[in-house]
Design a protein around this ligand. Structure first.
Ligand SMILES: *[C@@H]1O[C@H](CO)[C@@H](O)[C@H](O)[C@H]1NC(C)=O
Ligand SMILES: *[C@@H]1O[C@H](CO)[C@@H](O)[C@H](O)[C@H]1NC(C)=O
Ligand SMILES: *[C@@H]1O[C@H](CO)[C@@H](O)[C@H](O)[C@H]1NC(C)=O
Length: 274
């Protein structure tokens, strides 16, 4: 297998801790994400993230999100304005479900409580897959859900850390201690294809081309397919799943705030998982 060293190098340059020393102007070379999501809109979306009731209070400021997006310049910058806003709304919808503090009768509704948690509260296990020799678990470490996407499992912590410049296997806690890294892990998951799954990004910008197997499994593009990528094994192919409707509810609220439509295939009730 051969690959050009350049993309790897640029990832290191863009995603290492040094990024904070780069001039802010670098963002303006492409489409600045802040032109699509202002701090005001961000705080309107995450209305309750800094409530006393939220364990992640103070952990997810706007600036950390914006800073993390700088190492993924294609996020929210591909396609026309509608596509770009819809991708951002979809990303924020999914991370909101992953970190939700909402409930049916919550103040401002169940979908105003995204980014309320930064780590999984009662993990059922250490999420160590011992079969995975490429990313071996470090003794005593837990690869439970952390950060906006609730990154979990050794086989995600390992490659995420490698791409972003931290040791995900040895110090997985960083994802719940450093909010810029936390957002970067969520964006890494969003932007990275993990075969046979496409990347969430490619699905939301219309670059996904289903294979024969995908077509047979009803895996057509839309927010529901992103849900399938994130947690399809547990949530897809089951009509009326509450977790899926929570993901959809968040996306619908955010799409309305961005003033874009949600696109087709919102849920994955008729899809088989990957
Ligand atoms: C944006 O792009 C999508 C496909 O890439 C297209 O279907 C849609 O009509 C476009 N919307 C506008 C407002 O141009
Ligand atoms: C992260 O924070 C926890 C306490 O919340 C601390 O025990 C741990 O050492 C920290 N880890 C790293 C890698 O910063
Ligand atoms: C695909 O969706 C249709 C209905 O839309 C359903 O009848 C069929 O069982 C689905 N196929 C799979 C493989 O889930």
């Amino acid at each position: 297998m051969t690959s050009s060293p350049l993309p790897f190098l640029s990832i290191i340059l863009l995603c290492s801790a040094l990024i904070s020393f780069l001039p802010k102007g670098i963002e303006a070379r492409g489409f600045p994400i802040s032109s699509l999501i202002s701090e005001k809109l961000y705080n309107q979306i995450f209305l309750h993230k800094d409530d006393n009731a939220c364990p992640a209070k103070g952990f997810y400021p706007y600036e950390s999100f914006i800073q993390a997006t700088r190492c993924f310049p294609r996020f929210g910058s591909t396609g026309n304005l509608t596509t770009r806003k819809r991708e951002i709304a979809a990303f924020l919808g999914q991370i909101s479900h992953e970190t939700t503090g909402g409930w049916a009768t919550a103040p401002d509704g169940p979908y105003a409580w995204g980014l309320c948690f930064k780590e999984e509260v009662s993990p059922q296990s250490d999420y160590c897959d011992p079969q995975n020799k490429e990313w071996p678990c470090y003794p005593g470490k837990s690869y439970k859900g952390r950060g906006p996407i609730q990154l979990s499992w050794n086989y995600n912590y390992g490659p995420a850390g490698k791409a972003l410049g931290f040791d995900g296997l040895r110090t997985p806690e960083v994802v719940a201690n450093n909010s810029v890294i936390a957002f970067k892990t969520a964006l890494w998951f969003w932007m990275t294809e993990q075969k046979p799954k496409p990347s969430c990004h490619d699905v939301m910008i219309g670059r996904y081309v289903p294979t024969k197997a995908d077509l047979a499994a009803n895996r057509t593009a839309g927010y529901g397919l992103v849900t399938n990528i994130i947690n399809g094994g547990l949530e897809c192919g089951r009509p009326g799943d509450n977790r899926v409707s929570d993901r959809v509810g968040y996306f619908q609220r955010y799409a309305a705030l961005f003033n874009v439509d949600t696109g087709p295939n919102l849920d994955c009730a008729n899809q088989k998982s990957f």
